[in-house]
Write a protein that binds this ligand. Structure first.
Ligand code: NAD
Length: 257
């Protein structure tokens, strides 16, 4: 299986390349921007269209601005896609969904097995704790270079709670609070994003009731768990028919959702 890496000069792209080589799979090469310096010894591709032609699957941790181009190139070449880029707009997501009608795609806001377990527990807590008594808040902390907020993982945790509650996520999410906000709406799912330093990623799901708090926290200390999960997803995609798959399916946790 020939695996390509989009954004191979990035923080995630470099680790994904190392993990591919570590598994003994074939690293076809990677794309990077003209000013980027890719890891030594890597075949450099200047655009996704040519990498898509050469590879069987491409692992992509780049920027939301690339999504339309990457979706069209991969669907056109019939190449599978492991997509980890976050901060996608609804229109970007439609491009991913369209590509998944032609090729197999694993998309995850977080490839770490631990976070995927947290998502399953978040859904159960959402289903078990009455939303009028337990206010759900998601607090996330990331490094100063992160360009999107709330993080894709925080949004996934919020979606999991909403699913558990049988609520429509977009109607209950509370993205920011400033000024005279009025009282908290019952059933709302709130987000707070902290940015600073080199924090790899911390997410806390808080259920705050009048007489007790329940907190579920995941702390990532090393991006390598994301890279390892993404390479596992790339290998899992071999021979899979077109469709949009999740890490729950890759990890064999489908029953958890
Ligand atoms: P980064 O800025 O270190 O790396 C992104 C790389 O993509 C950069 O080298 C940039 O030059 C390159 N790039 C941008 N546009 C490109 C293009 N058109 N062609 C080729 N290369 C291009 O960022 P990062 O920390 O590696 O994160 C990348 C993305 O992955 C972000 O959206 C981040 O939120 C997400 N992320 C997801 C997970 C997950 O588990 N799903 C984990 C970590 C990061």
């Amino acid at each position: 299986m020939k695996i390509g890496v989009a954004g191979i000069a990035g923080r995630m792209g470099r680790l994904v390349a190392e993990e591919i080589l570590g598994t003994g799979a074939h690293l076809e090469g990677g794309t990077c921007l003209p000013d980027d310096v890719p890891p030594a010894g890597i075949t450099r591709y200047n655009d996704m269209a040519s990498l898509a032609e050469a590879a069987d699957v491409v692992v992509d941790f780049t920027h939301a601005l690339t999504v339309h181009d990457h979706a069209a190139s991969l669907a056109g070449a019939g190449t599978a896609w492991v997509l980890g880029t976050t901060g996608l707009s609804a229109d970007d997501q439609r491009a991913v969904d369209a590509a998944a009608r032609h090729v197999a795609v694993v998309q995850a806001a977080n490839f770490s097995p631990g976070v995927n377990l947290v998502l399953a527990i978040a859904e159960r807590l959402g289903a078990s704790l009455p939303s009028e008594a337990y206010d759900a808040e998601i607090i996330e902390i990331h490094h100063r270079q992160k360009v999107d907020a709330p993080s894709g993982t925080a949004l996934e945790i919020g979606r999991a709670v909403a699913r558990g509650r049988g609520a429509e996520f977009d109607r209950v999410r509370i993205d920011a609070r400033e000024g005279t906000t009025g009282p908290r709406p019952a059933g709302g799912i709130g987000f707070s994003a902290v940015r600073g330093g080199q924090v790899v990623g911390e997410h806390t799901l808080l259920f705050a009731a009048g007489d007790e708090h329940i907190e579920l926290t995941h702390r990532a200390f090393d991006r390598r768990s994301f890279a390892r999960g993404a390479v596992r997803a790339a290998l899992w995609l071999k021979g899979k028919p077109p469709g949009l798959y999740t890490m729950h399916e890759v990890l064999g946790m489908d029953g958890a959702r």
